[in-house]
Design a protein around this ligand. Structure first.
Ligand code: P1T
Length: 385
């Protein structure tokens, strides 16, 4: 069912890429915990597999499953979200330029600016909520545009279709990090992106128990390149991680519905709170790109970002007082998390850049989980009192 275009999302989430094990009837894809496969004679393999860095049946199943969920022909899994990001960057050469949207996960920013810069790949940061700015930023050597939407942590929403048209007219590829939205809420390939990147550590995994990344594409040539780099660099996920993801994607649609409903309630509650200066949530009419979010997302996700009136002091008290919200980096798990981007996830972003983006001392990011929302609101209420 890897190329299933007829079934709905939930059916694909549960069945795509998987079939009961023919030798036992096991309904779950087995954990093929093996590094290698015996051959009948040199070069004559028994099935499709010769070595698990190249491919493994449990990994094949989750790669096909994620491809189906993104409406992609091809899926590849990696050892982390940043590993997947690095693989896309490794399709570039020294002397190439990349346009990177200005607000991205701190680790993504660090990878572009500190690791790939050394290899001669140049990055230009652009506020892509303004397509004129994007158009003006292109250089003769721009080969790739990298978009994250909604962005981490200020939840800007970028018009994927608009960016794709401009990138392609200029002869560049478009990569979209779809981690915050998930394939349930947004499908960048259908909007013109060439490749979608996920940190599967977040909503796709959904249970805060496994690090992973994925790349999905419809482009045969690009897929060959990405797979070649997967084999050659070896940043592949462990077999158990692949199995955990196979189990997780089966409930992605149900979890996302609750994440969205809870986040909407939490955003509404915080908007009314006297200690809160501003709430950023793509589902609020006050969000500057609310119309873009409505156009390209099915719902608005589980992330809520707030500015507190009293800056770091209030943020520190709030973060120390929460009980149900875990004070931790990461997001997208069933349990609610809360964090301080300037000190935690975005500490590696240079201070002047943080200031320009509004990643200030009063900024707090919430990953609203799927607990009972009344309990979450009560927890926030006592933490902000
Ligand atoms: O942590 P890893 O699986 O390597 O994923 C990196 C990554 C990529 N893209 C986005 C949008 C992300 O948010 C992340 C990781 N982010 C966090 C750990 C965080 O707390 O924001």
């Amino acid at each position: 069912m890897a190329h299933d275009h007829t079934h709905g999302f939930g059916t694909k989430a549960i069945h795509a890429g998987q079939a009961p094990d023919p030798s036992t009837g096991a309904i779950m894809t087995p954990i093929y915990q093996t590094s290698t496969y015996v051959q009948q004679s040199p070069g004559k393999i028994i099935g499709e597999y010769d070595y698990s860095r190249a491919a493994n049946p449990t990994r094949t199943a989750i790669e096909a499953n994620l491809a189906a969920l993104e409406g992609a022909k091809h899926g590849l899994c990696y050892s982390s979200g940043v590993a997947a990001t690095g693989v896309v960057l490794h399709t570039l050469s020294a002397g190439d330029n990349v346009l990177l949207c200005d607000d991205v996960y701190g680790g993504t920013n660090r990878l572009f600016h500190r690791v790939f810069k050394q290899l001669g790949v140049e990055t230009t940061l652009v506020d892509m909520t303004d397509l004129n700015k994007l158009e003006d930023a292109f250089k003769d050597n721009t080969r790739l545009v990298w978009v994250e939407t909604p962005t981490n942590p200020t939840l800007k929403c970028i018009d994927i279709e608009g960016v794709a048209k401009i990138a392609h007219a200029k002869g560049a590829r478009l990569a979209v990090d779809n981690t915050f939205a998930t394939p349930y809420l947004q499908n960048p390939l259908a909007l013109g992106a060439d490749v979608v990147c996920h940190s599967t550590t977040k909503y796709i995994g959904g249970h805060s128990d496994a690090i992973g990344g994925a790349l999905l594409t419809n482009d045969d040539e690009l897929h060959r390149e990405l797979k070649f780099i997967q084999l050659s660099e070896g940043a592949v996920p462990g077999i158990m991680e692949c199995f955990l993801l196979l189990r997780s994607t089966k409930t992605l649609h149900i979890r996302m519905e609750r994440h969205c409903a809870n986040a909407k309630r939490v955003a509404g509650y915080l908007s009314e709170h006297g200690a809160v200066e501003k709430v950023i949530y793509p589902g609020l009419e006050s969000h500057p790109q609310h119309e873009i979010a409505k156009k390209q997302m099915r719902d608005f996700g589980g992330m809520v970002t707030i500015y507190l009136k009293d800056g770091l002091d209030k943020a520190r008290t709030m973060l120390e007082r929460v009980h149900l919200f875990g004070l931790a980096e990461s997001l997208g798990g069933v349990e609610s998390l809360i964090e301080h981007p300037a000190i935690m996830t975005h500490a590696s972003v240079p201070p002047e850049q943080r200031e320009q983006l509004g990643i200030s001392d009063g900024l707090v990011r919430l990953s609203v989980g799927i607990e009972d929302v009344e309990d979450l609101i009560e927890d926030l209420d006592q933490a902000l009192a």
